[in-house]
Design a protein around this ligand. Structure first.
Ligand code: UDP
Ligand code: MG
Length: 312
């Protein structure tokens, strides 16, 4: 058994040494091998890539890849998965929020016949408003999605070779790896761990980019928003017919009466708002179709450093 560990980094210079040290210690104790560590630098502006490249030159197990600019966490993960060669692949973050010491338990589970062993994050250390958002997001997306998406599962997981090969074949942009991973099917199981705080630095996701990831998940795994438009259309049309019948009744049996101007304005503004909202939603799906047709590569590799060899 050969294990590959795939890790994306973006401005993580403060934690690289600690992570590699702990990871090497774990790999040293694993049976099989030679294992492999694929480190992807996602266009960092600090010394992250120099540290990764130095590590790669010193240790034949390590491959360091630098991307030509910052392509984002999910694209960097795709780059890492495209370069692994092991029979089993662990995907994890580079900030030590995914402790390498968990890897042996992942392998233990995998040996029971699972293709995917993912980690469920219980007892997060983030601040409570963010925890509430995560909690609601995972439940909402699993409710809306056609694929069964496990709750509170992040990207940290052990994947079998055939799952990795499948993931590599999926051409879609705006990747939401934890969703695509569920989509591949096979036998999947989760283990729960407490998610520690970052070793150093701050999360690269802010409210806006987190929302972006949430939208990637929503638009890639659900058509419910489009159906909601049809449903609301049906409801307002029904409401309008009822109101027309009521007006007719009033006109015939109670005589002419002045109609409410305010009600008219409220109805017009409310319904134009709803229309624009769903126009935007449809636009979002159309925009994503447009992005797919452009078929640009998900990332561009600038340099690969492995062992003593180097290639660009
Ligand atoms: N990351 C990346 N590219 C980015 C943003 C993040 O490669 O554009 C990496 C980052 O260095 C870390 C992992 O993705 O190793 C997860 O990011 P982060 O810890 O900021 O996310 P969080 O754990 O807060 O969800
Ligand atoms: Mg993190």
């Amino acid at each position: 058994m050969r294990l590959s560990v795939a890790i994306p980094f973006y401005n993580e210079e403060a934690g690289v040494r600690e992570l590699l040290e702990r990871l090497r210690r774990v790999l040293d104790r694993l049976p099989g091998g030679p294992h492999e560590i694929v480190l992807v630098d996602d266009g960092s502006s600090d010394a992250t890539f120099e540290l990764l490249a130095t590590a790669a030159r010193d240790d034949p197990r390590i491959v360091a890849i630098s991307l030509s600019r910052n392509f984002g966490h999910q694209a960097a993960l795709a780059a890492a998965l495209d370069h692994v060669s092991g029979d089993l692949v662990v995907v994890m973050d580079g900030d030590l929020q995914d402790p390498p010491e968990v890897i042996p338990s992942l392998i233990e589970q995998q040996a029971k016949g699972f293709d995917v062993v993912y980690v469920r994050r219980v007892a997060r250390k983030e601040r409570w408003p963010l925890r509430v958002c995560y909690f609601l997001f995972y439940r909402l997306i699993s409710l809306l999605s056609d694929v069964r998406l496990p709750l509170d599962a992040g990207d940290f997981a052990l994947l079998s070779r055939r799952v990795v090969d499948l993931l590599r074949q999926l051409p879609e942009h705006h990747r939401y790896l934890r969703g695509l991973r569920s989509w591949t099917g096979f036998c999947q199981v989760g283990i729960a761990i407490e998610r520690p705080e970052r070793f150093a630095g701050r999360s690269k996701y802010n409210a806006l980019t987190l929302l972006g990831l949430a939208f990637d998940a929503l638009f890639a795994f659900s058509m419910v928003p489009l159906r909601v438009a049809a449903l609301i259309g049906l409801l307002t049309a029904g409401g309008s017919v009822l109101f027309a019948l009521y007006s007719l009744y009033v006109r015939v049996f109670l005589g002419p009466r002045p109609q409410g101007f305010t009600a008219l304005i409220v109805a017009i503004t409310f319904l134009s708002g709803v229309q624009l909202l769903f126009l935007g939603l449809i636009g979002e799906y159309v925009g994503r179709v447009y992005e797919e047709t452009k078929a640009r590569p998900h990332y561009v590799v600038a340099e690969i450093v492995r062992g003593a060899r180097q290639s660009s």
